[in-house]
Structure formats: C-alpha cells, structure tokens
Design a protein around this ligand. Structure first.
Ligand code: ADP
Ligand code: MG
Length: 401
C-alpha cells in the first residue's frame, strides 16, 4: 500500500496522505507525517463521508490545493485520503494569461487610437479645410483656396472647389468694376448738367443767347446719359437673352446696304466717303436686329475715329467657313497696347477725345457679345495714324439650322 501510494503520488505530481478514523496519519507519500494527528477541516469532512477541496496560500510552499475523500470499505468509512497539490504553476499560468490580456488590450487600445487618429486626419482635416473656406466665402471673401495634397477624391474636390472660387472671385471683381464704372460714367454728365444749370441760375440778366447755349450743352449731356443708359440696357438684355436669339435666314448684303444708308448722313457731316463692296450675295441665319446693331457700332466708330475727309470701306466676302464683314478706315488708329482691351466695357483709348464724340465705351463690348452669341469672331488690325480694320466673322454652317 505504501509503495503504491508513493508511485501514484508521483504520477499525479501530488502529495498523498492516508489518515485513519482516529485522525492518525498512516501513510504519507513523503514519509514525513506518519503517526501525526491531522485534524484539517478537509480530513474531518472526509471522515464524515464527504469529499472536500480548499486552496491555501503558504509562505513556504506557495499555493496548495487540499482535496480529501473518504476511504470506504464495506460501506464503512475507515479513513480519509488527503491529496495536496501545488497549484502555483496554474496560478502563474493564469497570471501569464492575465498579463498577456493586459498587454493585448493595451496594444489594441493604442492601435484603435492610432487608427482613429489616422481616420480623423483623413476625413475630418479636409472637411475642416472646406468648411473654413466655405465660411470665409459666405462672409464675402471669395478668393479662397483649399490645399489638399493627398491623391484622392478630396484633392479632386479641392481643385474643383478652387476653380469655382477663382471664377466667382473674378466675376465679383468684374461686377464691382462694372458698378464703379457705371457710377462714374453716369456721374460725369450729371455733374456737367448740375454745373451748367447752377451757373445759369447765378447769372442775373443773362440774355436769351446765353440760355440757349447753356441749354444746348445741357441737352447734349442728357443725350449722353441716354446713350449710356441705352447701351447698359442692351448689355443687360444680352445677358438675359443668352440663348434666345431670334434667328432668321438673312441676306447680309441687304443688311449692310441698310446700315450704310442709315449712317451716310453722319459720314457726310464729316465729309467722309463711305463705300460698300460685296463679292457675292451671302445669306446666313442670324438675329437681324442684333447683328445690325453690332455692325452699326463698328461702322459708326470708323466714322467717329476718322478725321474729316477720310474714307471708310465696308466689304463683304466669304472665306468658305465664315461670312466676313470687313470695315476699314484711314483714321487715327489704335495703339498696340490698347488693342487687346478695346472690347472691354467702358474701355476707351483716349477718354478726353471720346467724350467729345459722345462715346460710351460700350459699343465694342456690345458688338463683341452679339457676335460671340452667334458663334462668330471679331478681329482687328490697326496702325496709329494709318487706320483700322475690323473683321466680323459669322460662321456659315453652324448658323444654318
Ligand atoms: N475705328 C477705330 N479707330 C480708332 N479707334 C477706335 C476705333 N474703333 C474703336 N476705337 C477705340 O476703341 C474704343 C472703344 O470703342 P467703343 O466700345 O465703341 O467705345 P466708344 O463709345 O468710345 O466708341 C474707343 O473709345 C476708341 O478709342
Ligand atoms: Mg463706339
């Protein structure tokens, strides 16, 4: 029995102690307590027929688990077996697992924090940039740029946004310039009228002749105001009617003849000869009233900016793709540096001189806009003191609907 207990205790790596009914140790696998009295709680329970198990933590031995079972022979309890097993290694395993869990949860917390930081950067940073830019635009600062240098949809959105804000900014600058120009242009004749009428009012006993002279000046300033307002209204109409041209198949020859008949008296006043040559009869689809207005503006300019006794020629031909209306004069010409600006609203090469001729500075921009609406082009060649030639090119094909 003793040997068997020792062998078995080795097998299960535990100490086995057998105790008899009188609490006396009979067998101890380590042979240390033989003959001692054991009154452990587990032993008492086992001797009463119940098995028991408890864990103790001893300073010298570490954690031990005591398990006891009654030894029964012929239905009688004859003793108890107490098995003491060291469970320190189990505890250390559990501790290891616990530590590993701590480390894993620490690392995953770090990892989650890192991922959320990266995601926050990817998504919220650009959105913040957009929000700031949009809020600034809402405050009226339209020149906003969003710089995103990642290579994804956000950077595509940013470049689209930047194109939009630049366009809006340009339009806004143009609008402000236009309003400033309009106010200035309207104020000039108004202040002349005010000045003229005030000086009349302050003159005692002014003769009828003086009145007539001043009123003639006032009348011509009012004409100027009317011209500016008419031109402005035309521009407003052109903006509104963008795609609403009243196309009709029209002979350009008749149109030109009509325009020349209309402007001849003005040319005659300056002793300017105005000639017309057409190589062929050409008809295209156009908005007659509008094209007529743009040609009048250009022919009128040719007369205005040509000294007395000069020549204005109007020619019509086709270059295969376009109907070309050529208007040339031997007048004052346009300096090279001004050529690229003459189609801008209110642009005049010589402000003082054009004031005398009653120009508004809007004629060419109206002409340009009308021809552009017809998918056409206006080109200009000029030499100072030699003369100027304007080419109005209206497409033949695209117009024929
Ligand atoms: N045939 C031309 N010869 C010389 N200068 C011209 C001619 N046509 C236009 N210009 C210049 O272009 C400017 C713009 O023309 P336009 O828009 O018709 O305004 P304006 O009302 O002054 O005639 C004119 O002020 C003038 O300086
Ligand atoms: Mg003009």
């Amino acid at each position: 029995m003793r040997n068997e207990v020792i062998r078995y205790s080795k097998e299960i790596n535990s100490r086995i102690i057998i105790i008899d009914n009188d609490n006396k140790v009979k067998v101890d696998s380590r042979e240390e307590f033989i003959g001692d009295t054991f009154k452990h709680e587990e032993v008492q329970k086992a001797l009463k027929g119940n098995s028991a198990a408890n864990i103790y933590n001893y300073k010298e031995y570490g954690r031990l688990m005591y398990t006891s079972v009654p030894i029964i022979l012929n239905s009688k309890i004859i003793g108890a077996a107490l098995i003491s097993t060291s469970i320190d290694n189990i505890y250390s395993r559990v501790e290891d697992i616990e530590n590993a869990l701590y480390i894993i949860s620490f690392i995953s917390t770090l990892f989650i924090a890192l991922i959320s930081f990266i995601l926050a950067n990817i998504f919220s940073k650009p959105i913040k940039k957009f929000t700031n830019a949009i809020m600034n635009m809402a405050k009226g600062n339209l020149n906003q740029r969003v710089d995103i240098d990642t290579n994804d949809e956000f950077s595509q959105l940013a470049s689209a946004f930047n194109i939009m804000s630049t366009k809006l900014d340009q339009v806004d600058i143009q609008r402000k310039d236009f309003v400033a120009n309009v106010s200035h242009e309207l104020r000039t004749p108004l202040s002349s009228i005010k000045l003229l009428s005030e000086s009349l009012l302050h003159q005692d006993n002014a003769g009828v002749e003086i009145y007539r002279e001043f009123l003639t000046d006032i009348d011509s300033e009012i004409d100027r105001l009317n011209n500016i307002i008419d031109d402005l209204l035309t521009l407003v109409d052109l903006d509104k009617e963008r795609l609403n041209l009243n196309y009709k198949v029209t002979y350009v020859n008749y149109l030109l003849e009509k325009i020349i008949t209309r402007l001849k008296p003005i040319a005659d006043k300056k002793n300017i000869s105005i000639s017309y040559k057409a190589e062929e009869k050409l008809q295209i689809n156009l908005d007659k009233d509008k094209i007529q207005q743009s040609i009048i503006n250009i022919v009128h300019n040719a007369i205005k900016y040509t000294p007395n006794g000069g020549n204005v020629e109007v020619k019509l031909h086709s270059d295969g793709k376009n109907v070309v209306i050529e208007i040339s004069d031997d007048g004052i010409g346009i300096p090279n540096k001004d050529l690229e600006h003459i189609f801008e609203r209110f642009y005049r090469v010589d402000k003082a001189r054009t004031r005398n001729t009653g120009g508004t500075g809007l004629g060419l921009s109206i002409a340009y806009q009308i021809v552009t609406l017809h998918q056409g082009k206006i080109e200009v060649e000029s030499e100072v003191d030699k003369g100027t030639t304007f080419y109005i090119k209206l497409p033949i094909d695209t117009n024929m609907v």
